[in-house]
Design a protein around this ligand. Structure first.
Ligand code: ADP
Ligand code: ASP
Ligand code: MG
Length: 409
């Protein structure tokens, strides 16, 4: 007997026919005594459509009511999928995030799973059901719906798998696994057979949309092996696990990622005195605006002012601007410039540790391609460059081909 959590993304459940295809596959592939939990996303582009709908009504598309709206998408899918199982003669029950015991923080739109209480799921499985759970949503202490950030159904699935001590968590999607870069961007992208939690987390954090970063974090914390694979064929996908099993799978650079959900904020002419940066970033943090790349530059040594430049997610721009404008009443900021047409390109690889030449190679490739780098940031296993959004896909392709494909020979 195995306990398996299977997650199907939006394009996998986009139509009733696709839902039936999944139902038939699940029933065909399971062993008689397997216990199966299916986590699903909203059908097709439903979540995008709901966001667009909200924007027709409000200039502030975030907060409690927004999450109430967004969480409806997944609820349509769970009901339809449970009905489809029943049509095939299989006992099945749908559960919202709350019913499946997914407890979330009240940071609406960015809910963090605080705990999972899967008792009701276990009871339903013991009763012979396949349990179909709504991804992307949890319940706050006050009983409100909170969503877990875009792509959050991945996190629901891995968190449930962790809490239930499932044997494996399978993430079914519209590509064959995790690739060296987005296969829709670079035709030379190749599938990775295995990747470590650490590298996958960095790839996801830097924009590889195939997995939500929080999901990878959960997998790491609870040591859940994650198998990312295609909904539409039976090929083996990518296993995300603690370490490589095959020595040759260790490489200098594992992947290239890009993130277009990025805006550059420049606070021009900020008072140059101790505590200013703390005031700015504390105010943003208090409002749950994540800040990423940060550069502070003083124009000359004794300047009374400085420029503070950083990036935030495009989704947070409205909120960030509001927070910063309020702040300019209490500290001196000459001008707030926000450029939404920026993007980040990154290379990721644990093998880069102790290989100082890689950064220079990346800058060289971008330079030769005429792509200007505005901000650079690094972690132990990644290097990121902020570039114009209109050039970022070119950047991905050229870096991938020169650094990863040439390396493969
Ligand atoms: P789902 O709806 O199944 O959650 P997503 O659209 O969230 O699917 O994620 C799958 C998509 O992620 C792929 O279609 C692909 O374009 C994109 N993607 C980005 N980077 C990668 C990568 N390194 N490997 C595979 N897919 C990637
Ligand atoms: N439906 C949500 C989204 O589109 C969650 C998910 O698909 O994982 O972001
Ligand atoms: Mg996704």
């Amino acid at each position: 007997m195995a306990l398996i959590v299977k997650k199907f993304g939006g394009s996998s459940v986009a139509t009733p026919v696709k839902i039936f295809n999944i139902v038939d596959r699940v029933l065909r592939e399971r062993n008689a005594d397997d216990k199966i939990v299916v986590v699903v996303s909203a059908m097709g582009d439903t979540t995008d459509d709901l966001v667009a709908l909200a924007k027709q009504v409000t200039s502030k598309p975030y907060g409690r009511e927004m999450d109430r709206l967004l969480s409806t998408g997944e609820q349509v899918t769970i009901a339809l999928m449970a009905m489809a199982f029943q049509e095939r003669g299989q006992k099945a029950i749908s559960m919202t995030g709350a019913q499946a015991g997914i407890n979330s923080s009240d940071t609406f739109g960015k809910g963090r799973i605080l705990g999972v209480d899967p008792n009701r799921v276990f009871e339903a499985l013991d009763d012979g059901n396949i349990v179909v759970v709504a991804g992307f949503q949890g319940i706050t202490e006050d009983g409100d719906m909170a969503t877990l950030g875009r792509g959050g159904s991945d996190t629901t699935a891995v968190a449930l798998a962790g809490a239930m001590k499932a044997d494996v968590c399978e993430i079914f999607t519209d590509v064959d696994g995790v690739y060296s870069t987005d296969p829709r961007v670079a035709s030379g992208a190749f599938k990775l057979e295995e990747v470590t939690y650490g590298e996958m987390l960095e790839m996801a954090r830097l924009g590889a949309g195939v997995m939500q970063p929080r999901a990878v974090e959960m997998g790491f914390r609870y040591n859940v092996p994650i198998h990312v694979r295609s909904t539409f064929n039976n090929n083996t996908g990518t296993i995300i696990r603690e370490d490589y099993t095959v020595e040759t799978n260790k490489r200098v650079i594992t992947g290239v990622a890009d993130d277009t959900n990025t805006a550059k904020v420049a606070l021009v002419g900020v008072e140059n005195k101790p505590g200013t940066a703390a005031t700015v970033f504390k105010a943003l943090a208090k409002n749950n605006v994540d800040v990423d790349m940060i550069v502070q530059s003083i124009r000359s040594k004794d300047d009374a002012t400085t420029d503070l430049i950083f990036t935030v997610a495009l989704d947070d721009v409205v909120l960030a601007r509001e927070v910063l404008e309020n702040l300019s009443n209490s500290i001196k900021i000459e001008k707030i410039n926000i450029d939404e047409k920026m993007a980040k390109v990154s290379i990721i690889g644990a093998g880069m540790l102790g290989q100082p030449g890689v950064a220079a190679q990346m800058f060289d490739i971008l330079g030769q391609e005429g792509i200007n780098v505005e901000i650079i940031s690094t972690s132990e296993i990644s290097i990121s460059c902020l570039v114009a959004e209109e050039r970022v896909k070119d950047a991905v392709r050229v870096i991938h081909d020169k650094l990863l494909l040439d390396d493969r020979g």
